[in-house]
Design a protein around this ligand. Sequence first.
Ligand SMILES: Cc1cc2nc3c(=O)[nH]c(=O)nc-3n(C[C@H](O)[C@H](O)[C@H](O)COP(=O)(O)O)c2cc1C
Length: 218
Amino acid sequence: MTLFRLDASFRVEGSHSRAVADVVEAAWTEANPGERVLRRHVGTDPIPATAWGDAVTAAYVPEDQRTPAQREAVALAATLVDELLEADALLFAVPLFNFGVSQHFKSYVDLVIADPRMGPGQTPLAGKPAELVVVRGGNYRAGTPREGWDHATPWMRRVLADVWGLDVTVTETDFTLVGVNPAMDQFKDMAAEMRAESEAVARQHGAELSRRRAEVAA
Ligand SMILES: Cc1cc2nc3c(=O)[nH]c(=O)nc-3n(C[C@H](O)[C@H](O)[C@H](O)COP(=O)(O)O)c2cc1C
């Protein structure tokens, strides 16, 4: 049984997305002790920004005429897709940056889709259980001034669930900048409450990942 885990934060120390994903992973590991966790750190070991263009253009060039960069990009895309195919369950931990999709996660997704196995109409991951952990520095919940400003989570749900066909659940954590930005000190209690709630959801989703995996396999 293999859990694939992707981290998109460029931080390790103090990273909230990693901390919440750790809760999911711990619940999975409790149900699957000793099993493999396959890690891809796109925040600290980014996909080269040129890889996607190289992989896409490689498709229009006969194999023996590809540049070394095109070959490398095609090989990296294949490795990324191999990792996803090999896994029984998937965990993606992605922060919100500048109201949009993390560039590190976008580069990853683009390169995965450049592999012919993940091209239009191809859904080899269909039905696999997945958990998306989203963290945001602010608060984007219904009724807040920033409601509707998170343009990343709807896109990520669309790609993971509708394009890749994964069976996705989501844990969302708001207010991770409380305690860092003094202007947000008034929200300390609310942030602590929200964090406790999202860790409880993360624990539950981690345990469910394993149960949902068993259902797929049955
Ligand atoms: C350059 C930058 C831009 C950010 N943009 C946003 C934003 O648009 N909205 C938001 O809620 N938080 C934003 N944040 C805050 C991060 O989402 C928050 O710090 C999150 O916890 C980062 O993930 P990590 O803790 O796993 O590193 C931004 C942080 C940085 C460094």
